[in-house]
Design a protein around this ligand. Structure first.
Ligand code: B12
Length: 483
């Protein structure tokens, strides 16, 4: 049985190594073929031809949103044309909504969580002609839904290095604000926290297994010295969860002259020693993405942020500025208990953060339910539910649901959403993100000057002139360019 790995096209043009699949490729016994619709214009046709050769196991990675919309009709078409084709989906969407994916015309197997621990047994069972239903980490539909037990997580680097030699690395060398040849890496599995708005908890339930620092340093060396990387984005859910590893990695990569980026927790990094911050700054760490989430302590508590306080966010902002490492603060606005208060206090916090450190980056999301105790219970109580069939995800409001930009919860009103949008437009114009490469210095100065009076006076309502200018300049928000 031939193994074909497919990365459906994501929303925006992005050149990032499809690590979800490359990590799995390491455990496939025998040859495999990768088809990546994000870099290959004729990807769907190549996939059609490969599947037509017969006896194919098609492994598809699916994120909510555009990848789901691209993968669903294509898998239906491929399965209709090739009756012996076995389609397995994994990744965030199927892991959170497995039953919804298991439509016999579309998907045969859902793999939940870390794929490396599941795929060897799945391939072996299919090659032996055995029924894989009930295998650890799988969900399948028979007369009922059969869910295998959860396999233990495994340290990812134990499965070997990412198979760079078998992909067109030039196609993935991306120009970003970090460098002209940016590659992505992923050096841990899961996240040790249980924030109740984050889909990572659905997959990993508070478990976190980091690759040893030597393996991370080795991967960075390969990217820099063999593939010419001058920047690395660490896409780990929580790269900075363990101080000693951060320091060892920073020291190990310092001589490579890389610029790098990663995601971390405010409270963890506030506890790091000064020497660790200095080592990270020396090694080229340029920016860290943090979940600030809210300017309201009550909302942070309701989100299970593990004791994070608003004052921590303020302190981290100052600490990071002292070390010259830009903090990128992400907010998840629209908490169930009191969305008005949450939004008001959060926008106030954004103003303060900008006043203290104008270089800090701000990302505003709206709360999007994930099935976890907490706000989800509140959402359900108020009549919220997910579609139960795949097609349900392709009609409004679900089409934009997972972009976390639409008012999807019963308590988020269009007026409040508009207020956030207006504020964000003025914020973007007054402090355009450093990550947007489209914006020339002249244009940057112009939008800033135009937005300055509104920002100073706190007049955010209907900033039509700023919206028009940002649209004209095709302004890209940080989360669109950041990773
Ligand atoms: C890189 C990235 C992107 C990239 C592209 C990713 C791609 N697949 O091509 C871009 C920038 C395009 C992107 C966009 C979005 N993203 Co994104 N993204 C990530 C990020 C940072 C890393 C993904 C990654 O490569 N991980 C590394 C690999 C090794 O891990 P993995 O993907 O989990 O894969 C493992 C398992 O899931 C499983 N697996 C995965 N696929 C498959 C397939 C099979 C067949 C099997 C067996 C197993 C399997 O095995 C893999 C190896 O262990 C994650 C956060 C994270 N750290 O994971 C968010 C994340 C996946 N993104 C997320 C979201 C919400 C989005 C957006 C929808 C929203 C937005 N506002 O940007 C958009 C739209 C995407 C789209 N559909 O077009 C959420 C998903 C949450 C959810 N509710 O499901 C995440 C988890 C971030 C978060 N913490 O909220 N993203």
């Amino acid at each position: 049985m031939r193994v074909v790995l497919f990365n459906p096209r994501a929303a925006r043009a992005h050149r990032r190594l499809p690590l979800s699949l490359l990590m799995i490729a390491r455990v496939v016994d025998g040859p495999w073929t990768l088809v990546d619709a994000n870099i290959e214009p004729g990807a769907a046709d190549r996939l059609r031809a490969l599947c037509a050769e017969g006896r194919v196991l098609l492994l598809v990675t699916v994120m909510p949103g555009p990848q789901l919309r691209a993968a669903t009709p294509l898998c239906r078409e491929l399965k209709a044309k090739n009756p012996d084709l076995v389609v397995a989906w994994g990744g965030y969407f199927p892991s959170v909504h497995p039953e919804c994916c298991l439509e016999p015309t579309t998907v045969d197997v859902v793999v939940t969580g870390q794929g490396e621990t599941v795929v060897p047994a799945l391939v072996a069972a299919l090659r032996a002609g055995a029924d894989p239903a009930g295998l650890p980490g799988t969900v399948m539909r028979r007369d009922t839904i059969i869910r295998g037990p959860s396999p233990a997580l495994a340290i990812s680097s134990r499965f070997g290095p990412v198979p760079y030699a078998q992909v067109d690395m030039e196609a993935y060398a991306a120009r970003t604000f970090l460098g002209t040849r940016t590659f992505n890496h992923h050096s841990s599995v899961g996240c040790p926290y249980l924030c109740n708005f984050c889909a990572v908890v659905n997959l990993y339930a508070g478990r976190w297994l980091p690759d040893p620092s030597d393996d991370v340093v080795r991967a960075a060396h390969a990217l820099a010295l063999v593939h010419g990387a001058n920047a690395i984005e660490f896409h780990d859910n929580n790269f900075f969860a363990w101080e000693r590893r951060c320091r060892e990695v920073a020291e190990g990569i310092a001589r490579l002259g890389l610029a790098w980026w990663g995601e971390g927790r405010i409270d963890t990094m506030l506890g790091f020693e000064g020497a660790t911050w200095e080592a990270m700054a020396r090694s080229g760490l340029k920016m860290v993405f943090y979940g600030a989430e809210s300017g309201d302590d009550a909302a942070l508590e309701a989100m299970d942020k593990g004791g994070l306080r608003v004052s921590d966010t303020r302190e981290l902002n100052r600490l990071a500025a002292r070390h010259g490492i830009v903090p990128e603060f992400s907010f998840v606005l629209g908490n169930a208990a009191d969305p008005e208060r949450d939004v008001a206090l959060s926008l106030e916090l954004v103003r303060d953060l900008k006043a203290e450190n104008p270089e800090c980056e701000i990302i505003l999301y709206l709360y999007t339910p994930v099935p976890l105790p907490g706000q989800w219970n509140e959402a359900k109580k108020r009549g919220f539910s997910f579609p139960t069939a795949l097609d349900g995800w392709f009609a409004p409001p679900w089409t934009d649901f997972d972009h976390r930009r639409v008012e999807s919860t019963p308590w988020m009103t269009p007026a409040l959403r508009q207020r956030i949008d207006d504020f964000e437009t003025v914020l973007n114009a007054r402090f355009p993100t450093a990550t947007d490469l489209n914006l020339t210095p002249r244009r940057r100065r112009l939008v800033q000057a135009l937005a300055a009076p509104r920002w100073r006076l706190g007049r955010y309502a209907a900033p039509v002139e700023l919206r028009a200018l940002l649209r004209l300049y095709r302004y890209r928000r940080p989360e669109e360019m950041g990773f």
